[in-house]
Design a protein around this ligand. Sequence first.
Ligand code: SF4
Length: 384
Amino acid sequence: MAFSLYVHIPWCRAKCPYCDFNSHAAAAWPEDEYVAALIAEMRARSANPAFFGQQIATIFFGGGTPSLFAPRSIAAILDAAADRFGLIADAEITLEANPGTVDLPKLFGYRTAGVNRISFGAQSFNPDTLRFLGRIHGPEETRDAVRAARRAGFARLNLDLIFAVPGQSRADVMADLDAACALEPEHISAYNLTFEEGTAFFTEMRRGRIRPLPSDDQAAMYASVREELPRRGYAMYEISNYARVNEESRHNLTYWRAESYLGIGAGAHSFARDSASPGGRRWWNERMPARYIAAVQKTGLAESGGETIDARVAAGEFVFLNLRLRKGFARREFDERFGQPLDDLFGQQIERLTGDGLLEEHHGRIRLTERGLEMADSVFAEFI
Ligand code: SF4
C-alpha cells in the first residue's frame, strides 16, 4: 500500500473574495520556519501506524499559494518526504501555482526539485471576470505561465476555471473553455462559483450588492461545460474534473475513493484507515500559521482536533465521495470494504434515488445520472 501526502502552504498575495480556503494575505511569510515545521511534523507522523513503512504515491502542494515558496523550500520538503517515507517510482507530485507568481527560472526550479505536475489557478481568460474574482493576474500572465511551464519541462498541467460568475453569459463560459483548451493542458477543473459563508462574496450577497446567477442559468452553464470539454478530448471523470486519457489527478482520486492521506501544514486534514478502527480516523491541524509553527516546535505535532469515525458514517462517506466519480463505484468494492452488502445499509436510499432518476446502475456499478449530477448535493445528503 502507498498513501497520498498533502502539504498546505497557507499564504497568498491577496485574499480572493470567493475563497474559503485556509489562506492568509501576506506580503512576507516565515518560509524557513514553516518548512522546518512541515519537516518536523512529517517526521513525527511517520510513526503513525497508518503510514509507517509505506511509500508515498502522490504529493500535492496546495494552499494558499504554494508558488510563493522558493524552489529550494519545495526541494527540502520533497527530500524530507523521500527520506522519511520513500516515494514510489512514478509518484505524482503536483504544485498549485498562481500565474501571477511564477516565471521560467522558478518553474524550472520546481521541476528540478521533483515536481512533475503543475496546477494553475487560471479561473477565467476574461479580464473583467478576473478583476471581479479579485485575481492578481490577467489572462496573458496565465498564457505566459503555461508556456514557461512547458519550457521548464512540465508534461502534465492542469488549469482551474470558475464559471457561473455574476455577469457571465454562456458565451463567456464557452470563450473561457476555448482559451483554456487552446493552451492544451492535460487536465481541466471547472468549478461552479459558490458563495461560502465567511467569504467577502457571501457578505456582499447578504447585503444585496451581488447576486448569484439564477440556478437555471448555472445548471445550463454546467451542462454546457459537461458537453463541450469531452468533445475536445477531456473526459469528465468527476463532477468538476476533466482529463485526457490517463491524465486524471491521482492525488484527488485518493480523496474521492476515501483512501488514506496524510495532510501536513496549517489547517491540513488527514484521514487514516487502519486496523484499530473499522471506520478509520481523521484529524486536523491548527489553522493559523503562527500557532501551527509554535505547536510543532513544541511537540512535533499541531493537531487541534480529531475523531474516530463510526463504521456507518465511514460507509456513507465512501458512497457519496465515490459518487462524485463519473464511473461511480461497484457494489463489490463496498461489500469488501465494509464487510456487508450495500443494501443492508443504504438499500432504501438507493432504491428511492434510482426511482427519482438521480442514480443509475449498470453491471453492479452505481453512479449519478445526468440529472443526479445537477442535484449532487441533495443526493449526497441522503448518505450522511
Ligand atoms: S489565490 Fe487561491 S487560495 Fe489564495 S485567496 Fe485566491 S483562491 Fe484562495
